[in-house]
Design a protein around this ligand. Structure first.
Ligand SMILES: [Zn+2]
Length: 362
C-alpha cells in the first residue's frame, strides 16, 4: 500500500510538472488515469497476461507525458516503458512498479531540461534539480519499506518452490496465552511455526518463549521496541539488545531477523551480515492484525499460498501486552487444514530455507 501511495505520488508529480511546462491538459489527465489504473491493478495481477496488460497501461502513461508533437517518440517510449516494467517485475517482483514510477519522474525531469527558449529552459532545469532529490527519496522510501524490494540489502521473502513446504511465521509476541494457544494448535496439526519475538516482551514473558522452543517452534528476532522509526538509527542497537534478551531467557541466539513493518536500511543489512544473520520478510499476508473474520482470513491466506511461501501472521500486536488474537486462533485450524488439502507441510524457517535457526554464539 505504501508502494502504491509512492507510485501515485510519483505519477502525480510527473503530471504536475508536465502541466507546468507544455503538456496538453488532456494528455496529462489521460496519463494520470492510465498511471493510476496501472498502479491499482498491478498488485492484483498474478499471470503474465495481466502483467503485460498493466505494463502497457503504464507505458501509455509514460508515452502521454513525452513531447506531444513527436508521435513516434511517444509510441517508442510507451513500448520501452512497458517492456522495461515487465523485465523489472520478473527481477524484483512487487518493487518493480515503484521503481518504474521513480523512473517516470526522471523522464519528466529530463523533459524539463529540453526547452527551446532560454528563460524557460533555466526554469525547467531548476525544476529538474528539485525533482531529483524527490525521486531519490521515493526510491529510498520504497527500498526501506517494501518487504520484497532488496536493493537495500539481501532479504529472503520466499523459500524453494520445488518442495511441498511453507513457513508460517508469527510476529509481535510473545503474547501470553494467545501465543501458547497458537503453538498448541500447530502441534496438534503436526506443524511447527516461527515466532519473531519483540525483545522487550521477551523479558516480560520469558516462560512463553521457553515453551515455544521446548515445543520445537523456532524463535526469531523482531527488534527490541517495535517502534515505527527505530530502523532509521544507523547503529541499530535493538538488534543486539534483542539477541541478548533471547539468549538470557533461552540460551539461543536467533539467526533470522524480521524488521518491524518490513522497514530496513543498508546499515541493518550490514549488521546482519557481520553477525551471520539473515533478514526474512514474507510474500503471503492477509492483514491478519486487523481482520475480524476468521474464515475470510483463512481463505485469503490459502488463496495466495504456494510451495515455499513464507506467510506473515501475528500472535501479538506491536509487542503490546494482552492483544486479542482470537480471530487468528479461530483461523489457524482452517489454514492448517487447507494447507494439508493442498499437500503443503508447514515447517520452521530453518527447515524451509535449509540453514541453522540459531547462531553458535551471539
Ligand atoms: Zn511486527
Amino acid at each position: 500500500m505504501q508502494g502504491a501511495a509512492t507510485s501515485a505520488g510519483a505519477v502525480a508529480v510527473a503530471i504536475a510538472v508536465r502541466r507546468l511546462t507544455r503538456a496538453r491538459a488532456g494528455d496529462a489527465v489521460l496519463a494520470g488515469v492510465c498511471g493510476l489504473l496501472a498502479i491499482l491493478l498491478y498488485p492484483w495481477v498474478s499471470d503474465l497476461a495481466g502483467a503485460t496488460g498493466t505494463s502497457l497501461l503504464f507505458g501509455v502513461a509514460v508515452g502521454l507525458l513525452l513531447p506531444p508533437e513527436r508521435l513516434a517518440r511517444s509510441l517508442g517510449g510507451s513500448l520501452l516503458a512497458a517492456i522495461g516494467l515487465l523485465g523489472l517485475r520478473a527481477w524484483l517482483g512487487e518493487g518493480a512498479l515503484e521503481l518504474a514510477s521513480g523512473t517516470l519522474v526522471l523522464v519528466a525531469a529530463g523533459e524539463l531540461g529540453t526547452g527551446e527558449a532560454t528563460g524557460e529552459r533555466a526554469a525547467r532545469v531548476g525544476l529538474a534539480v528539485l525533482l531529483l532529490p524527490l525521486m531519490l527519496l521515493s526510491f529510498g522510501w520504497v527500498g526501506a519499506n517494501s518487504a520484497q524490494a532488496s536493493w537495500f540489502g539481501a532479504l529472503v521473502s520466499d523459500g524453494p518452490r520445488d518442495q511441498p513446504y511453507v513457513a508460517l511465521t508469527f510476529d509481535d509476541g510473545p503474547n501470553g496465552d494467545d501465543t501458547l494457544r497458537l503453538a498448541a494448535i500447530l502441534a496438534a496439526h503436526d506443524a511447527r511455526g516461527t515466532f519473531f519475538v519483540v525483545g522487550r516482551t521477551v523479558e516480560e514473558q520469558p516462560e512463553v518463549v521457553r515453551t515455544l522452543i521446548e515445543d520445537g517452534d523456532l524463535v526469531g528476532n523482531h527488534s527490541y521496541e517495535h517502534t515505527r522509526w527505530g530502523y532509521l538509527d544507523p547503529r541499530y542497537p535493538e538488534l543486539d539488545r534483542t539477541e541478548a534478551a533471547i539468549e538470557r531467557v533461552t540460551g539461543r541466539c536467533p539467526t533470522y531477523y524480521r524488521p518491524p513493518h518490513g522497514a530496513h536500511t543498508p546499515f541493518i543489512s550490514r549488521l546482519l551480515r557481520d553477525r551471520g544473520m539473515h533478514m526474512v520478510t514474507w510474500e503471503v499476508q492477509a492483514n491478519d492484525w486487523k481482520e475480524t473474520d476468521a474464515a475470510r482470513l483463512a481463505r485469503s491466506i490459502l488463496d495466495q499460498v504456494h510451495p515455499g511461501a513464507i506467510v506473515l501472521l501475528h500472535d501479538g500486536i506491536d509487542g503490546l501486552p494482552g492483544a486479542d488474537r482470537s480471530v487468528l486462533i479461530d483461523a489457524l485450524p482452517l489454514i492448517l487444514d487447507g494447507l494439508r488439502e493442498r499437500g503443503l507441510q508447514p515447517v520452521t524457517l530453518d527447515r524451509l530455507l535449509g540453514g541453522p535457526g540459531y547462531l553458535d554464539h551471539c
